[in-house]
Design a protein around this ligand. Structure first.
Ligand SMILES: [Zn+2]
Ligand SMILES: [Zn+2]
Length: 577
């Protein structure tokens, strides 16, 4: 029997797993970039396992590859995959395809101690999904079944993080935690620095590129029509891009192009040399798909165009030019595409990655866990005023790189309490409970402190609309004036109409109201003001409410409600519809 020589980080990942399951039965997750050698980590865990172990994944190639890595050590293991024509269930270690197992769960009636899921970002919480059905079945035979996931990208597009607690001392904002703990993560930069992956050379397209910034949901595949419509406005750009790629390709071996839609991909293919280029879309028939991939891997084809099918689980190590012609607001999707070119290959010095879609990411951009909210936003670091944790949120910066605004809601730091650690309670954005002043999440329906129903902002707006003496201002900005101790805020709408609200700073109640509504929301750092004059220095940083509701008094409008962080049916200022 040969022994595995594990790299340092692979050893650390194995040690972290053993250590975790020695103390806990809660599910765990390991994050290793593509190319880190996940199958060796799995093989070593299987070798060390004292009880029955099952390794699951959704792609046949991976089932085969993981199995091969393990048996290469001289160990025996079962394969369970209809595609591979094997249905072995009697080994202590079994490598299975989730599809094959899900359709024949009745063949697995012996208790497993640990299930390892490779590419576990594919697991869904839906209890009717194959993974959940299989796990439920296995738990029937062992209620304390342990679950370990491995992935390069611990988030699902459109759903967010797949785990809750991170070993580095923070939590991930998520309602979709499939895994409780992330116990180990290796950064991509480490693999590149250590020479395990090819250095990327990332470039934004200088001359020819698309502008997809007006596209509202670029990652939604049902939006292909909108994408095509937009692309038709660039009839010459696609051709120019392809010509540029072909010029660059003269010194390159393998070129992958990521297209925005099937129509787009076909257009791209039309500009590339016919005998040297292949195309794969979600609709490509499976034999043709396999043949095309093989021809590309054997370097009979130099160009491979695809539409969102080869972003994970595909590896042709010789690829040294990646051209991204599709829009995405997902950092992880961008990194998956770019990551296709990082494998080592003899004679390969680097991999050129060109973004023709101005997505604005690079390979080392930290994942924020939610899609980019607007084209001009970027990941920013925001320190928690309470616990000091450095959060990463979407935000905007000024010319000096200072954060001027961010979209974070709650601090993600983990803080020590008397008996356990829990998520820091500091909220950057909040809905204040009118009854107890507790700060709740902006989407909360009930106060988490006093349990009173929080009035739906849409109901407030609807009610105000029905009143003759009420006025709603769709607020687009706020300015302020100071007269001695009196601060007056002027709320402006898009048309130039205004409403005013005054705060007398000599009166503690009014001063407190101002601080709670505006000082507390000052971005990026909250502030408690003692003098009206002081506010002028921060005038440009005051966050304005989205709606201001006022009631008519005899001689003026009295502000009744201010709706901050509005989410609902009504259009906010400067929104398109
Ligand atoms: Zn905090
Ligand atoms: Zn309350």
């Amino acid at each position: 029997m040969s022994t595995i020589r594990l790299r340092n980080y692979q050893q650390q990942a194995v040690a972290a797993t053993l250590n975790h399951f020695r103390h806990s039965n809660e599910s765990a997750l390991i994050v290793l970039p593509t190319g880190a050698g996940k199958s060796l980590v799995i093989a070593e865990l299987a070798r060390l396992a004292r009880h029955r172990l099952l390794v699951l994944t959704h792609v046949q190639e991976l089932v085969e590859q993981n199995h091969a890595k393990y048996t290469a050590l001289g160990m025996q293991a079962g394969l369970f995959s209809t595609g591979l024509g094997k249905h072995q269930t009697d080994y202590a270690v079994t490598f299975a395809s989730i599809q094959s197992l899900a359709s024949q769960t009745e063949r697995f009636t012996q208790p497993f101690s640990l299930v390892i899921i490779d590419e576990c970002h594919r697991v869904s919480l839906d209890e009717n999904s194959q993974y959940q059905q299989v796990l439920q079945h296995l738990r029937h035979y062992n209620p304390s079944l342990k679950l370990l996931g491995l992935t390069a990208t611990p988030y699902r597009l459109g759903q967010g993080w797949i785990y809750r607690r991170d070993y580095r001392g923070f939590v991930r904002e998520t309602d979709q935690a499939i895994f409780e703990h992330c116990i180990y993560e290796l950064p991509l930069s480490h693999l590149i620095r250590e020479g395990y992956l090819t250095p990327p050379v990332c470039q934004d397209a200088a001359v020819h590129h698309y502008d997809f910034s007006r596209l509202e949901h670029p990652d939604d595949s049902s939006q292909a029509a909108a994408v095509n419509q937009l692309l038709r406005k660039y009839p010459r750009v696609t051709q120019a891009i392809c010509e540029e790629v072909m010029t660059l390709a003269q010194t390159r071996r393998g070129i992958m192009l990521f297209a925005a839609s099937v129509e787009h991909a076909e257009e791209i293919l039309g500009y590339l040399p016919g005998t040297e280029a292949g195309l794969i879309t979600g609709k490509t028939e499976s034999q043709l798909r396999a043949d095309t991939i093989q021809a590309f891997k054997q370097q009979k084809l130099r160009y491979l165009v695809n539409v969102s099918v080869l972003t994970t689980g595909f590896d042709a190590p010789h690829v040294d030019l990646i051209a991204i012609l599709r829009p995405t607001r997902s950092i992880s999707l961008y990194q998956q595409m770019a990551g296709r070119g990082l494998r080592l290959y003899p004679g390969k010095q680097d991999c050129l990655i060109i973004d023709y879609a101005a997505n604005g990411f690079n390979l080392f951009t930290p994942e924020v866990g939610s899609p980019k909210p607007a084209a001009d936003t970027e990941p920013v670091q925001v320190f928690c005023p309470d616990c000091g944790f450095a959060n990463t949120f979407w935000g905007r910066t000024d010319d000096q790189g200072q954060v001027t605004e961010h979209f974070g809601r709650r601090c993600q730091g983990l803080v020590e309490q008397a008996t356990q650690t829990e998520q820091c309670r500091y909220r950057f954005r909040f809905k204040e409970c009118p009854a107890c002043q507790h700060e709740n999440d902006i989407a909360a329906r009930r106060c988490e402190h006093c349990n009173k129903t929080l009035i739906d902002p849409d109901d407030l707006l609807k009610r105000a609309l029905s009143l003759k003496d009420a006025r709603i201002l769709r607020c687009a900005g706020v300015t302020c004036e100071v007269d001695a101790h009196k601060l007056t805020l002027i709320y402006h709408d898009e048309e130039g109409d205004t409403l005013k609200e005054s705060f007398d700073f000599t009166r503690p109640g009014q001063r407190q109201r101002f601080n709670q509504d505006f000082g507390r929301r000052l971005s990026p750092t909250p502030r408690c003001f003692t003098h009206a004059q002081e506010v002028l220095l921060y005038a440009g940083h005051l966050r304005h409410p989205d709606f201001v509701i006022a009631r008519r008094q005899k001689h003026y409008w009295r502000i009744e409600e201010k709706l901050f962080d509005y989410q609902g049916r009504y259009r906010k200022a400067y929104e398109l519809h």
